[in-house]
Structure formats: C-alpha cells, structure tokens
Design a protein around this ligand. Structure first.
Ligand code: HEM
Length: 516
C-alpha cells in the first residue's frame, strides 16, 4: 500500500498538472485560440518579457500577421484586432477596464481614465464630457482667447525669431510645450497656466521630471503587487527619484487646482496685464464631484482628474504634431499645397497679423488636406499604438470566431495592428494623406471603422475634439508662414510602448519664412 504522503503528493501533482497544463492547453475555451508563443497557454512570461523589453506592440502584431484576428498571449490573456466581433463588442460597454489602468491613479485616487468599473466612470464622464464636445469648443470664448494668446503671442514670435536667426528648433519638446500650454490654460485658466512655449528652462525642468519616471512604468503597470512589496524593502526596482518626481507633479497640480478655485471665487484680474479665462475644466470637474459622492477627499478627487487631463492632453498631442511636422518636412510639395489651403481662410493666419484674430474653428475643421494629413499621421504614428486592456464580462462572449469566453480574461486591441490592415489601408507602412482624399465613400467609411487612434465607445478619448482643434490651428499657423526642413531626425522611429514617442526623443527642424 502506498504511504499517505505519496498519495498526497500524487494528488497534488495531478491537480497541478491538470490546472496548469491540461486545462489551459486542451480544455479551456482559450485553448481553441492560436498561441502567440508555444508557452502562452502555460505562462505569461513570454508577453511579460516582451513588455519589459519594449517589444510588446510589434510582437503582438507579428502574432496577428501569422495567426489572424485573435491570438492568445498568456494563460488568461488574448489579443483581438478586428472590428466586427472585435473592438465593436469589447469597447461598446460591457467589458470593464483591466486593473492595469491603476498605474494612472494620482494621489492614490482613481481618475475617470483609471476607473475600472463602468458605472462610476459613466457618472463622471456624463458631467465632464460637455466641455470637450466639438460644439462647446468651437464656440468657447475661453478657447478663442487661449488660442489667440498662444498662437500670436507665443508660437509665431518664437518661430519668427528662430527663422530670422536661422536657429534650428527641437520640435518634439516644443510641440509638448505648446500642447501643455493649451490644455493647462483650458483646465486652470489662462492666468494660472504655463508658458512652456517660451519659458524653455521651466519647460525642461518640468518635462525632465515627468519623463524620468517612464523607464519604471513596467512595474506599476504589470507587477503592482510585487512592486509594493519590494518598495517596502528598499529602492530595489524603483529608484527614490521616481516617487519624488510623482510627488513633485502632484504638488504642482494641487497648487494650480487651488489657484483655479481662487480664480473662480474672485473677479477677473486686470485684463490689460494678464489675459485671463475661466478655468473651464476645473469648474466642470468641481461640479461633477458635487453631484456624485466619492470615497476620497474632494480636493484630491478633483486634482486626480485634472492631472490626468494635462498628462493625457500634452503628451499625445505633442507626439502627433512632431510626426506631422516630420512627415511634412519630408514632403515639401505637400507643404505648398497645404499653404494654398490655408490662404483660403478668412482671416488668414499670416504673421505679424494686421489684427490678431483667428479663422473660425469650423472653417479650419473643413480643410480637407489638413484633415487628411492629421488622420494619416494618427494612423501610422498613433501616439497610443499599444494595447488597451479590458476584462471579459460574466456573460460568456465570443470574439473573432472564438468559443464563448469565460469572465475575467484580459483582452485588448491595439491601434498599431488595426491601422496596418493591408486590405483596408493598402501599402500600410506608407504615410499617404491622399488615401483619405481619393477614397470612394465606401472605402472612407471602411477606413473610418478601422481608425482607432482615439479608441471607441464609452471610454473613447474625451479630448479628441480638443486635440484636433488645437493641432489644426497650430499646423495652419506654422505652415501659413514657414516651410520646415529636417536638420536632425536620427532616432525618429517610434518606441514600442503604450504611448510611443520618437526613440531619440527629439526632432530638429529649421524654419524658413515664406513671403505672404
Ligand atoms: C492626439 C491626441 C490624443 C490621442 C491620440 C489620444 C488617445 C486616446 C486614447 C487611445 C484613449 C483611450 C485609451 C484606453 O482606453 O486605453 C484616450 C483616452 C482619454 N484621453 Fe486622449 N488622446 C489625445 C488627446 C487627449 C487630450 C487633449 C485630452 C485632454 C483632456 C485627453 C484626455 C483623455 C482622457 C481623460 C481619456 C480617458 C477617457 C475615459 O476613460 O472616459 N486626450 N485618449
């Protein structure tokens, strides 16, 4: 007779073999999905390693090219990249966010973006969304004043002197700075905002602090539990300066939140000296926290939201502008065609302006070539090309021809792959704005279904209209007055990450005046 210890060992071994080998490889509904790697049914190590070494998007894409619209990345993780039975199902509401998004909490408090559950998210979004709607932005006196100030008093004077002095400009940094000035002024009020466009040393200090945390994102995104344990022992995986940088940025947001609160309570300052606007987003977020009770102190509840908006708003927009300017610099004839389009605006954006007035956002929005250039940049240089993870719901759901999937599976789509469908976007790696202009109605609608730079559904980018409006204005203002030429684009290729900036973190251009 076998001793009890041997029977127990046999039972444990059988259980472990069943749970970790037989079930995931042969019985789980996920076993019918092609594996991205032979180890995928048994261990998440392969995909973790790809994430750790910044190869995630391209590795997932390669797996889709090989196996089709759906692939298994780990024992409990799949990637789906198609529209029908894909993003239309996953992102239409029933699938909540994977806890991965907690890395975007600030002050230890979830913001709208990082909230996993649909209900509290929808509550917040309903109140905040109004100020980011196209109709609100196009008619907003605050947005008009912010735009006039940033374009005519900051961006164009800066580029004018760079052009006159033939001084090359680092354009990624500048694009981030302009985008930051726009969003911060809209959130906190122009009088409380940054002037990173002109104040290069303040800009550098701030962005250095913001960016130096990036290499350590892996731990807070994928191994949060392990990170917390190790951080208690000491700075083993995350140097002290990462937390110090986070504290600095959070204090910065708290300071401006208080300033915005004060602006709302007092009369506008002397307009002649400081152009001022209502802190639009602050006011709206403040309203939303009054309407819904939250389990966190009100000031932190407001500040976490506002911090997320300036972070999401400047980085993505800066990256997109940088790639648009790079592509235009590679295509001088397009610069000419665009300029022709810009000269149809009334008033034009010529600098110095006879009066500092702007064409309406509606007329800018209606320029077809500008729109096509932006869409094409967002397609092939998506600022967020990486996976957007969700959780399968309790109701078993089939995706891309899979068997019904159980609850709690991590599932994502990624713009990187959706935007490279050769049957939808022929010659997908090429930047071709004309594909949006020459397409038939049907082709354009199909491209629109696959275009996913801002996501889709109830968690789609809330700032997409804001971003499009500011990017169109900035581009029109620059290319009405200057042509751009590449000085140094070494390392311009995008890194492989959720948010993807140029590898070398720079693009240097030369600005040349065109006579109007
Ligand atoms: C070119 C510029 C931009 C791009 C490409 C972009 C892209 C995206 C994408 C792809 C998402 C969904 C991400 C996910 O679910 O994982 C998102 C969400 C979001 N974006 Fe943007 N974004 C841009 C500009 C902005 C701006 C200017 C703001 C300013 C408010 C903003 C604020 C947000 C917020 C708050 C969310 C979360 C929405 C929610 O959960 O309801 N974004 N963005």
């Amino acid at each position: 007779m076998l001793p009890i210890a041997s029977i127990a060992t046999l039972c444990i071994l059988s259980y472990v073999t069943y749970k970790y080998i037989i079930y995931p490889a042969f019985i789980s509904p996920l076993s019918k999905i092609p594996n991205a790697h032979p180890s995928s049914p048994f261990s998440p190590l392969w995909i973790l390693l790809k994430r750790f070494t910044d190869q995630e998007n391209r590795s997932i894409h390669a797996a889709h090219v090989k196996h089709g619209d759906i692939v298994r990345l780990g024992p409990n993780e799949i990637s789906v990249n198609c529209v029908d039975d894909g993003i239309r199902t996953i992102y239409s509401g029933g699938f909540e966010k994977w806890p991965w998004y907690h890395q975007f909490d600030n002050f230890g408090v979830p913001c709208m973006f990082s909230t996993a559950e649909s209900k509290p998210h929808a509550h917040r979004r309903r109140v905040i969304a109004n100020v980011y709607s196209k109709s609100f932005l196009q008619s907003s006196p605050e947005m008009l004043k912010i735009s006039q100030t940033i374009i005519f008093s900051r961006v164009l004077p800066l580029l004018e002197s760079a052009a006159m002095e033939q001084k090359p400009v680092e354009v990624l940094d500048l694009s981030h700075a302009i985008a930051m000035d726009f969003i911060v002024a809209f959130i906190f009020g122009l009088q409380n905002g940054t002037n990173f466009t002109q104040d290069v040393s303040a800009r550098r200090q701030f962005f250095d602090t913001y960016q130096k945390r990036r290499p350590y994102r892996f731990w807070s995104s994928e191994l949060q539990g392990l990170k917390s344990i190790l951080n208690r022992i000491g700075p083993i995986i995350e140097p002290k300066f990462v937390q110090e940088a986070t504290n600095y940025l959070e204090n910065w947001t708290l300071t401006w939140t208080k300033a915005a609160e004060k602006s709302c309570a007092t009369k506008a300052p002397d307009e002649e000296h400081i152009p001022s606007t209502t802190p639009v987003v602050y006011s709206q977020v403040h309203q939303s926290t009054l309407k819904t009770p939250f389990p966190y102190p009100q000031d932190l509840q407001i500040a976490t939201e506002l911090q997320d908006h300036w972070a999401a708003g400047h980085e993505t927009t800066g990256i997109t502008l940088c790639y648009l300017f790079h592509e235009l610099s590679l295509h001088p004839s397009l610069q000419q065609q665009l300029r022709k389009e810009f000269l149809t605006l009334s008033p034009t954006l010529t600098y110095p302006p006879p009066t500092p007035s702007l064409p309406t956002p509606q007329t800018l929005d209606a320029l077809p070539l500008l729109h096509a250039c932006l869409l094409e940049t967002l397609r092939i240089h998506a600022a967020i090309p990486g996976p957007e993870p969700r959780t399968t719901p309790s109701k078993p759901t089939s995706l891309a021809g899979s068997p019904p999937l159980p609850a709690g599976v991590r599932v994502s789509a990624q713009p990187y792959t959706l935007h490279r469908r050769a049957d939808v976007f022929p010659d997908p790696e090429a930047w071709k704005p004309e594909r949006w202009l020459d397409a038939s109605e049907e082709q354009r609608a199909e491209m629109g279904r696959w275009f996913w730079a801002f996501g889709s559904g109830g968690r789609m980018c809330i700032g997409s209209n804001f971003a499009m409006q500011e990017m169109k204005l900035i581009t029109a203002a620059i290319y009405t007055n200057y042509t751009t030429h590449i000085v140094d684009d070494e390392g311009i290729e995008q890194i492989d990450a959720y948010t993807a900036h140029p590898r070398a973190n720079k693009l240097v251009l030369r600005y040349e005046r065109v006579e109007n």
